[in-house]
Design a protein around this ligand. Structure first.
Ligand code: GLU
Length: 449
């Protein structure tokens, strides 16, 4: 069953389908937002009059480019690069770069669209954008990664600027890639412009806590959801999908707050450790050795590895999808609820399918969508921009406090807005309306742009 849209929203959605054929992830992200906007348009008719819905669904600019590079065998390889500059009503385009073989325009547009609302929710002055490539970093040497990043930046640099567009990382793009990208930008332009990228190294303009921010923020958010129900994360059993940057720091903060994380995964399988995951070992395997998570079970007594296992069948009280889009389906949501799960917070972007979201919402458990729950990453990128602009560098404690305050604020705004619009406890409604409202009001104020 799909929720219905009112007439104006339905026609805007049909137009999105017609103009963006085949981009199913983009359609899904747009539909999820439009399904919640009916009451806002009823209350503020000027948004319809100014065609805000139609404008917000159309990116301001879309850049697609060739990325030629040479592999270690001397063979020429060609990939496709993207940067979708979605909306700049609130600030320069801000959002990560994803390097993954599944990347095509529809994925970048769904991510860019979500980023607009997420960034608005952070309360920081940042617009929304996203980029990336269908390049597969898996199994590539450092030199290949470097040559690819240099070629990618050789086209992208002309579109960037601290007041224009400021990329960061996402899946497949971490500190190493940001380093190569920044180096090439600096070399081509002969300018040391810290403000053109975030997620930089701590020695050269990066912010403390940026690496940890998305995972930490997701945990702060789920803790707030539980607190709003008179509960908390302490003593809870958690399951975290993925084992990349978001998952690792979600595990770290959850453990710090007294929860026990018993499972995580990668695209090959799942590891379970009922004693609680050994994070140092996971960091060693994933961040230093860049190997598969199955190695954990070989090295840790008592741990098990399920090749192609489904992580959502493991009973837990708190589920944290931190891998990728559409990784948690309707059936998985039913299993989680049946097994006693009371809260879900999304560290990944759009990890739960529309059927899964419906199951969570009908069951009455606390469900925090990615737009709100994973906004800590980009919020800390905005803090990095702030430090760069003032040529300053803050302590870990201060930066983490700022992140926590931002997450508490996002939670409060979503919670209050949901209640105000007649959907108490519905964080999807709360996040979409809060984010939309700020962007829509700014677009009206700025005239027809
Ligand atoms: N890729 C992250 C996200 O999905 C972070 C983007 C950024 O820091 O600009 O929000």
């Amino acid at each position: 069953m799909v929720a219905s849209l009112n007439e104006k929203l339905e026609s805007a959605y049909q137009e999105v389908l017609r103009r963006n054929p085949g981009e199913i992830e983009f359609h899904q992200a747009v539909r999820e937002v439009l399904e919640t906007l009916g009451p806002v348009l009823a209350k503020y008719p000027e948004f319809a009059e100014h065609k805000i819905i139609q404008r917000i669904c159309e990116p301001e600019r879309q850049i697609i480019f060739r990325v030629p590079w040479q592999d270690d065998q001397g063979q020429v390889q060609i990939n496709r690069g993207f940067r979708v500059e979605f909306n700049s009503a609130l600030g320069p385009y801000k959002g990560g770069l994803r390097f993954h073989p599944s990347v095509y325009l529809g994925i970048i547009k769904f991510l860019g669209f979500e980023q607009v609302f997420k960034n608005a929710l952070t309360g920081m002055p940042i617009g929304g954008g996203k980029g990336g490539s269908d390049f597969d970093p898996k199994g590539k040497s450092n030199s290949e990664i470097m040559r690819f990043c240099q070629s990618f930046m050789t086209e992208l640099y002309r579109h960037l600027g601290e007041y224009t567009d400021v990329p960061a990382g996402d899946i497949g793009v971490g500190g190493r890639e940001i380093g190569y990208l920044f180096g090439q930008y600096k070399r081509i332009t002969n300018r040391y412009e810290s403000g053109i990228l975030t997620g930089k190294g701590l020695d050269w303009g990066g912010s403390r806590v940026r690496t940890e921010a998305t995972g930490y923020g997701t945990i702060f958010f789920v803790n707030e959801m539980l607190k709003a129900r008179g509960d908390g994360l302490e003593g809870k059993t958690c399951v975290v999908s993925g084992s990349g940057n978001v998952a690792i720091y979600a595990i770290e903060k959850a453990t710090e707050l007294g929860a026990k994380v018993i499972a995580c995964s990668d695209s090959n399988g799942v590891i379970i450790d009922q004693n609680g995951l050994d994070l140092d070992l996971i960091k060693q395997i994933k961040e230093i050795e860049r190997r598969r998570i199955s190695v954990y079970a070989q090295e840790k007594k008592g741990a098990t590895y399920l090749e192609s296992g489904n992580i959502w069948t493991i009973p837990c009280q708190v589920a944290l999808p931190c891998a990728t889009q559409n990784e948690l389906h309707g059936k998985d949501a039913e299993t989680l609820v049946k097994n006693g799960c009371i809260a879900v917070a999304e560290g990944a972007n759009m990890p739960t399918t529309p059927e899964g979201i419906r199951v969570f919402q009908e069951s009455g458990i606390a469900y925090g969508p990615g737009k709100a729950a994973n906004a800590g990453g980009v919020a800390t990128s905005a803090l990095e921009m702030q430090q760069n602009a003032s040529r300053d560098s803050w302590s870990f404690e201060y930066t983490e406090q700022r992140l926590q305050d931002i997450m508490i604020n996002i939670h409060r705004n979503c919670h209050e807005t949901a209640a105000e619009f007649g959907a108490p406890g519905n964080y999807v409604v709360g996040a979409n309306i809060t984010g939309f409202f700020k962007v829509a009001r700014s677009m009206v104020a700025m005239g027809l742009i």
